[in-house]
Design a protein around this ligand. Sequence first.
Ligand SMILES: *Cc1c(COP(=O)(O)O)cnc(C)c1O
Length: 361
Amino acid sequence: MARVYNFAAGPSMLPESVLAKAAAEMLDYQGSGQSVMEMSHRTKLYETIIEGCETLLREVMQIPDNYKVLFLQGGASTQFAMVPLNLMNRSGKADYVVTGAFANKACQEAARYGKVNIVASSKDRTFSYIPKLDKSQFTPDADYFYICMNNTIYGTVYHELPDTGSVPLVADVSSCILSQPIDVSKFGLLFAGAQKNMGPAGLTVVIVREDLIGNPQQITPTMLNYAIHAENGSMYNTPPTYSIYICKLVLEWIKNEIGGLEKMKERNERKAKVFYDFLDRSKLFKGTVVPEDRSLMNAPFVTGDAELDKKFIAEADAAGFVSLKGHRSVGGMRASIYNAMPLEGVEKLVALMQKFEEENA
Ligand SMILES: *Cc1c(COP(=O)(O)O)cnc(C)c1O
């Protein structure tokens, strides 16, 4: 069996041991005579899966008790509307920092439901940095302050969180969740599409402080009301059952095989260092992000010559290093090195780039 090194931005690699376990349990989950895919979500057995997943997520992320964990559908993009519909409920105002395409989409969606203030943007330099924030631009009575923590397309990350005082901080953590410890108590709400670091597409995880829900805007559809999902243990309707099961296996992998999020962080830092150190000494390949804001998860890079970029992507693909093409708005290449990418995959990619550089000098 030949497995490739998959550098896709999402859906992306899953740990091999997780896939092997899912394969072994595919036809007969723990003696039940059925696959998890076929199992009613209203069974005792499925309850152990969804509850086990939540318990593990709470343990691994150290989520405080006054936060709800919701397993939803609709992708991270549905949260762009759910956040304002549920949280823009007092002043009707919210602050947004626009650090990329997803932050911009979220901001535009929120403007449909209330008054949006763009505190800062890094659009002027193709989102290649995280803007310095001027507190005098913050809205004191905002219902929340919104950031996209790791910018998947552009490869930037907030190494430091904005200090928003009593205004709840809301963050899209789709592409950095579970990559390192995060202090959940600093946020009002966190959300993530699962297909980067948690499992397959189809599952969206929301972690929200209890006191922020239960007072949505009048027009909020039932399915977009956090309180409805919280009251029903994410079973108001059929949850994405199989994706939740895989997410549980991923969390078991993090806890038992990796040893938790501190260990995961060390592993991710080592991987990113190998890659960025190479970019910094390469005469051909250049990173597109200012070094101080570089993401541990997504590393965009270019040669400066679109033809050479194309040639590299094709050669890499043929050698088993797939999905290295950059997002169309940045061009060039992007190596997404999520949790499941082994160090060896990054080392081998660097060796391939080194060789390409020598051959194309
Ligand atoms: C992938 C991604 C999204 C979009 O997620 P969908 O699940 O496709 O809606 C939004 N934000 C970030 C940061 C992402 O990485």
